[in-house]
Design a protein around this ligand. Structure first.
Ligand code: NAD
Length: 349
């Protein structure tokens, strides 16, 4: 029995998680997978129900699960609450408590969405890269505060924190094109100089893997002008956060990017985007990122590689038939809502 904790969160979270659940029900029925789902309040929904973004009741449910499917959190309703009680604090806390230090974000170009990307398709044809973002260190977790008119956030990394994600990157590179781009800002940041040293140290054990170091400012332009050069990218928390959103433009929309946060006994799967309050509750959200996150869950947490591939293929087939939600609909697309797109994916499966 695969036990899945379901945390829809806020904004479009409920709609996109519903879509992923429909797809999971479909494959469980078709391929006789034994899955159980337990839903819990998280983010703004947790604050509204229990007064905190990661309520104890939710932690209980998470602890008795094998994997977590998360929607998205946050929204203007909670923008003014104190920092420790913000919906996003729940995210940082769940990652830290479960030891999810390795965020994996695959980015792929879908030729059928050529209309939707800002560049000429020939720049993107064949782009299929993975960003590994360190998730429990750096500026988001360092000491922060205010002193009078000054504010500070501290970036700090230990050698061990860097090493464990860098090793993941090399292991992944060995299964792919044996190429790593490590992104840092070693010309100005001490943490980046340590990062680079550790990458060099780990590289010694993987002589077949070619390693390139790029400064983050250069990496951000290279991702736009020549994304085909990348295969596995590894970087620290904040750089990874920004670069992976930038990379969404390769896929046509933030709504296309799934993610897996790994490193613990219980791993977490969620779309790379936020709660999109501007389109929440309107049947406009693109459910693909969340559906593909559920596929990543089947692959990484439950070793159901074939079924994960079936889901990915079903999504591609629906896109290839011309169906698209508003964010990815080009001039020849058949524009559909979240529910209709989900139904088509289920039928395709
Ligand atoms: P966002 O990702 O929610 O939205 C950015 C833009 O992309 C919006 O125009 C939105 O409509 C669009 N978009 C995002 N996902 C989409 C989808 N699936 N389908 C179609 N369009 C989609 O980022 P934001 O506006 O900066 O943040 C909104 C809220 O989400 C904030 O409270 C922020 O803190 C939170 N947030 C949460 C997460 C998370 O839960 N992991 C991540 C980022 C932001």
């Amino acid at each position: 029995m695969y036990k899945i904790a379901v945390l829809p969160g806020d904004g479009i979270g409920k709609e996109i998680v519903d879509s992923a659940l429909k797809v999971l029900y479909k494959v469980s029925e078709k391929y006789k997978l034994d899955m159980s789902f337990e839903e819990a309040y998280f983010g703004g929904a947790g604050i509204d129900k229990y007064g905190k973004p990661f309520p104890d009741e939710t932690w209980e449910i998470v602890q008795r699960s094998d994997a977590i499917l998360l929607g998205s959190v946050g929204g203007p309703k909670w923008d003014k609450v104190e920092r420790t009680l913000r919906p996003e604090t729940g995210l940082l806390e769940i990652r830290k408590r479960l030891g999810l230090y390795c965020n994996v974000r695959p980015v792929k170009y879908f030729p059928v969405l050529a209309d939707m990307v800002a560049w000429k398709p020939e720049y993107l044809e064949g782009v299929d890269l993975i960003i590994l973002r360190e998730l429990t260190g750096g500026a988001y977790f360092g000491k922060k505060g205010r002193e009078g008119d000054e504010a500070f956030d501290t970036i700090s990394y230990s050698k061990e924190e860097i090493k464990r994600i860098v090793v993941e990157a090399f292991e992944m590179a060995m299964k792919r094109k044996k190429l790593i781009h490590s992104i840092d800002k070693a010309n100005v940041l001490e943490t980046s100089r340590l990062w680079r040293e550790v990458v060099e140290e780990v590289a010694f054990n993987y002589p077949e893997v070619k390693v390139e170091h790029l400064y983050v400012d250069n990496a951000s332009i290279q991702l736009i002008i020549n994304p085909k050069q990348f295969d596995v990218i590894v970087t620290e928390n904040m750089f990874g956060d920004i670069l992976s959103d930038e990379a969404a433009s390769i896929a046509g929309s933030l709504g296309m990017l799934p993610s897996a946060s790994l490193g613990g006994k219980i791993n977490l799967y969620e779309p790379a985007h936020g709660s999109a309050p501007d389109i929440a509750g309107q049947d406009k959200a693109n459910p693909i990122a969340t559906i593909l996150s559920a596929a990543m869950m089947l692959r990484s947490s439950f070793n159901e590689d074939d079924i994960a591939t079936k889901i990915e293929q079903a999504v591609e087939n629906v896109l290839a038939k011309g169906y698209a939600t508003g964010d990815i609909a080009g001039k020849d697309s058949i524009k559909v809502g979240t529910e209709e797109f989900t139904k088509l994916v289920c039928e395709e499966i």
